[in-house]
Design a protein around this ligand. Sequence first.
Ligand code: AMP
Length: 308
Amino acid sequence: MMKKNSSLTVIGSIAYDDVITSAGARDNLFGGSATYFSISASNFSKVSIVGTVGKDFRESDINLLKSKNIDTSNIKKNNSGNTFRWKGDYKSNPEEPKTIYTSLGVFEEFSPKLNETQIQSSHVFLANISPDIQLELAQSLENKNVLVGLDTMNHWILEKKEKLLEVIKKINIIFINKTEASLISDNSDIDMAAKYLLEYGPNICIIKDGKIGSYMYTKDEEMFFCPTYNIDRLVDPTGAGDSFAGGFFGYLSNITNPKKDDFNEAMIYGSTIASFTIEGFGIENLLRVEKEKIDYRFKKIKSKINLE
Ligand code: AMP
């Protein structure tokens, strides 16, 4: 399928987060699904972001993305509103934050448009954001020979399930956590939830189960399980899912005609990158990732798996 030059584009939230975890509380952390995804994927490939920020957005945060060689030219600054904000509390459950508030800010009136470079992308990731925005982009990518991934969350399953199902029909790989998979499919058995999602059209359904690991289901009913890396201390789970997807897609975007083993390795890279993110608040530890550390954790996870 991949005739184009490898290139990766992500659309998703660019945010300021307030988080409360058992390790402490932090305000105004630079976050958002597209932020975590792009920094994670930048360990493997050049990433381009589509998104919007408001008048309160810090110039230093754009510079931070640029320092990771991320193309920020399609991040639209809208001075008539504020940047997306989210506050989550993980104190009662580190795997399922209680959302204290979500404020869409400038995303409320955002309509995504791909620039010239992004139109040529071989890989596009629709990170967590309103399904209305995801659908616009998914429609513009139809029949364009692009591998499209998708992530979402409880909030959108509850608010816009029908729209979300429309998006799922148009993408190739869905990433979802176990709770969200049960919610959307109305089935607590993850094999059945994966079957439900695959019937909508994707070729691959990845269900993340926190500390346990992630399951990759394909249409031919094969399943691959990828464990997590054993970290010393969980500090802040925010961004684990986006980092997983960024590692997965970043690695995959360099491979022409990926085979089963490549997808399995992409899962291991996803799990590897997520393990760094959750060891610090916000993106602080993700920013410290180096190739040697990635290789070390990748090998540790791989050794737990019998890859045949
Ligand atoms: P996760 O990988 O699921 O932990 O994603 C965490 C990121 O998702 C945070 O940085 C939030 O800013 C962002 N986020 C939270 N709620 C939403 C939402 N409803 N839509 C888009 N992004 C969100």
